[in-house]
Design a protein around this ligand. Structure first.
Ligand code: IMP
Length: 197
């Protein structure tokens, strides 16, 4: 089975991606390779940030690796918070404050359409490749549910009537932006390393 380092310090993401590719790709964490550094993400796009994070790990550790960057893109806010999703309410990664700010910005808005977009940057045998996953949905008016992380309690994916935080890991990991992008990554790996009949 192919082994890849997932360049993230987010334990939720690591767990989700391991769940999504279980049995197909062996995912190693940054801690497993002895990396405890903050990884820079200073670019103006999700693509730029995903590449910056993957290149950082590849250049230091010379391992096949990938990184993801995710943004919540809200139609009525012209795509905000987007690439600034993690710091929407200011520096730090405070999901409660970010959700509060989003609800304030959306107060009185009738157009609640939004989407999560994940970009994964893979570096394998020195080659770079990008994968994208999008899930459309809408922003509700108050948090619901305790599962997931980040903005999950405010987001209902299309075709459901519960938030990602209410739907639970099994459903989220089948339909989410990260599931779609990670699925494309796994498909690509299968083209590079086909299993013998
Ligand atoms: P990043 O990809 O770690 O930079 O995440 C950007 C922001 O989006 C952070 O505030 C995360 O908490 C949030 N986020 C990333 N992925 C998800 C998700 O799957 N659900 C909800 N929020 C997410």
């Amino acid at each position: 089975m192919k082994t890849l380092v997932f360049a993230t310090n987010n334990a939720h993401k690591l767990e989700e991606v391991r769940h999504i590719v279980q049995g197909k790709v062996h995912i190693v964490s940054l801690a497993d390779i002895g990396c405890h550094e903050e990884i820079p993400e200073e670019q103006p796009t999700l693509e730029g940030n995903a590449l910056q994070k993957a290149r950082f790990i590849h250049s230091r550790y010379h391992v096949d690796c990938f990184a993801d960057d995710t943004g919540l893109e809200v139609q009525a806010l012209h795509g905000a918070p987007g690439v600034r999703s993690a710091r929407y309410a200011g520096p730090g990664h405070d999901s409660v404050a970010n959700m509060r700010k989003l609800l304030e910005e959306m107060r009185g808005q009738t157009d609640r359409r939004a989407r999560f977009r994940t970009v994964i940057a893979l570096i394998i045998d020195g080659e770079e490749k990008l994968f994208e996953g999008i899930v459309n949905g809408s922003i509700i008016e108050e948090e619901r549910g305790t599962g997931g992380f980040g903005y999950d309690p405010l987001f209902i994916p299309e075709g459901y009537d519960r938030t990602f935080a209410e739907l639970g890991d099994d459903i989220k990991n089948r339909v989410s932006h990260r599931a779609i992008a990670t699925g494309s990554l796994a498909d690509y790996l299968r083209t590079l390393y086909p299993t013998k009949p």
